[in-house]
Write a protein that binds this ligand. Structure first.
Ligand SMILES: Cc1ncc(COP(=O)(O)O)c(C=O)c1O
Length: 362
């Protein structure tokens, strides 16, 4: 009660720590979680469920994954993409094994050596013009089998869609799988952005994985609207051993796994995965078209999925950074990424700002 006798109510609502309407272009993991995913999490809450994966949501996830990838597919939910790659690759190789990958592969450039340090795997990176391996490029490292002095190539790992926003066609993946299998190796796919690839190719997920010989897959969720969560999906049981033990050993075994699985179910049971990826890809296409029309700006890579690589004058880049985050990729080139929640107005505002900043340089 105040002195006048009126009841004083204190507003205890915390002030927001960020602008919930601001959309950046740094990465698709700058985005929040999709409302349908949050609703699925809330629905999975309450009551008790068996911990460590013997819960109803993880069982449902197995059904969903079998529907997408075939009856033999088994999913192992994990916390993040690095974890999915490390667990999957480790399960595919003996202690003396090596992985052939593109030099630009996330496992080689952005996982702080986790495949080497955590999984004790030797990476054999191959420079590529566009982030894509070809049988010819793989052949440069697929050699010295039986030589005790050299780590033994056991896996070829590709990223779909790639770190440079490029895409493998199903035939290109099939050729890599046939080559790998012919040499006694296996094919792994880092599918952190597999949904964006499917949306761009207009194909079901299995058409460029199971059906063309992929053995083990890191199935992405975080970049397409989850709070967190990915899954190692084993497509050929003979390609991976001990994954249950390795997931725990690599600290990727969630005790409350129902909350990882519920998110993945929300994404992949219906068409949320596709809708979200289509939206991100469409916004990147809009961004590219906008930047193509700005004199002095050049887009440096084809725009197939949700990434746009552009050369923008350095002074303009600094000014744009006052309002948006985005990464320098190679000297003079920035990467701009769209997410499931990027809106047309976000893209248009960015393009308008680029246009104005570049014009101001004249
Ligand atoms: C191609 C690719 N693979 C894997 C990851 C896994 O990332 P994280 O461990 O941050 O979830 C990323 C994230 O940037 C990525 O771009």
């Amino acid at each position: 009660m105040g002195e006048t006798g009126a009841v004083t109510t204190l507003d205890t609502t915390p002030a927001p720590l960020h602008d919930p309407h601001h959309v950046d272009f740094a990465s698709d993991n700058y985005a929040g979680a999709h409302p349908e995913v949050l609703a699925a999490l809330a629905a999975a809450n309450g009551g008790h469920q068996v911990a460590y994966g013997a819960d109803a949501y993880t069982e449902r996830l197995q059904q969903v994954v079998r529907r997408h990838f075939g009856q033999q597919a088994v999913a192992y939910p994990v916390f993040n993409g690095t974890g999915a790659n490390v667990v999957g690759l480790q399960a595919m190789l003996p202690r003396w094994g090596a992985v052939i990958c593109a030099a630009q592969a996330h496992i080689n450039t952005d996982e702080n050596g986790a495949p080497e340090r955590v999984a004790a795997i030797k990476l054999l990176p191959v420079p590529t013009p566009d982030g894509k391996l070809t049988p010819e490029l793989v052949a440069t490292e697929a050699r010295n089998f039986g030589d005790e002095h050299r780590a033994q190539p056991g896996v070829v790992s590709i990223t779909q869609s790639t770190e440079l926003g490029t895409l493998y066609t199903p035939d290109e993946i099939r050729a890599l799988a046939e080559q790998a299998h012919g040499l006694g190796m296996r094919l792994h796919v880092d599918g952190s952005r597999l949904s964006n690839a499917a949306a761009a190719l207009d194909l079901p997920l299995r058409a460029f994985t199971t059906d063309v010989g992929v053995d083990v897959l890191s199935l992405g969720g975080t970049k397409n609207g989850l709070l967190f969560g990915e899954a190692v999906v084993v497509l050929d049981a003979g390609a991976a051993t001990g994954i249950e033990y390795l997931r725990k050993m690599d600290m990727q075994l969630a005790s409350k796994m129902r909350f990882v699985s519920a998110q993945l179910v929300a994404l992949f049971e219906g068409d949320l995965w596709l809708r979200s990826a289509q939206r991100a890809n469409a916004m990147a296409a809009r961004l590219r078209a906008g930047l193509d029309a700005v004199p002095g700006v050049s887009v440096t890579q084809a725009t197939h999925v949700n990434a746009v690589f552009a050369s923008i004058p350095a002074v303009a880049v600094e000014r744009l950074r006052e309002r948006w985050h985005f990464y320098d990729w190679t000297p003079g080139v920035v990467r701009l990424m769209c997410a499931f929640d990027t809106r047309e107005q976000d893209v248009d505002a960015f393009v308008a700002a680029v246009t104005a900043e570049v014009a101001a340089l004249r």
